[in-house]
Ligand binder design. Structure first.
Ligand code: HEM
Length: 128
């Protein structure tokens, strides 16, 4: 499940950059390619969410035994926030809102924080 989580995250981030670039070029209603890519991105949000929850629930016992409730809780919260900010950044750009750049910066910060946290937690590739 962790492999699915990681693969889905990588695909989602690539799609996010693609959708962002496409709407940046043309954010009118007739940008069908951007609309379809955005829909595919939304499917990947669900895969990231589902696989993350499965890893969390599947390792509940180990998490309890290691006393890692708090850190895992924060990881899950950061993950959900990341998905929320990714979607908000795109929708604001699509609507030509002045807040689009601010949201993009917040979004990048939460993505980086979530990746660092996930990778350094016990199951992550960077944990010791
Ligand atoms: C776009 C949002 C997300 C990003 C960028 C992200 C990033 C990561 C990364 C990089 C890892 C480490 C994977 C590895 O090293 O093999 C990870 C692990 C994990 N993620 Fe996420 N994640 C996101 C969303 C979520 C969500 C929504 C949940 C839960 C609902 C979640 C729960 C977990 C759990 C439980 C782990 C295992 C932690 C460990 O290493 O022990 N993640 N995540």
């Amino acid at each position: 499940m962790l492999h699915l989580h990681l693969t889905a995250i990588i695909v989602a981030v690539i799609l996010f950059i693609a959708v962002y670039g496409m709407y940046k070029k043309n954010n009118t209603r007739d940008n069908k390619a951007a609309f379809i890519t955005h829909m595919v991105l939304r499917v990947f949000y669900l895969i990231v969410l589902f696989s993350g929850l499965m890893v969390y629930v599947g390792n509940m016992e180990g998490i309890s035994n290691s006393g890692g409730h708090m850190t895992y809780g924060i990881k899950v919260l950061l993950g959900i926030l990341t998905i929320g900010f990714m979607e908000m950044a795109i929708v604001r750009l699509k609507k030509n809102s002045a807040k689009a750049t601010v949201l993009m910066v917040i979004c990048l910060a939460v993505i980086i924080a979530t990746v660092i946290m996930g990778a350094t937690l016990p199951l992550g590739m960077l944990s010791f």
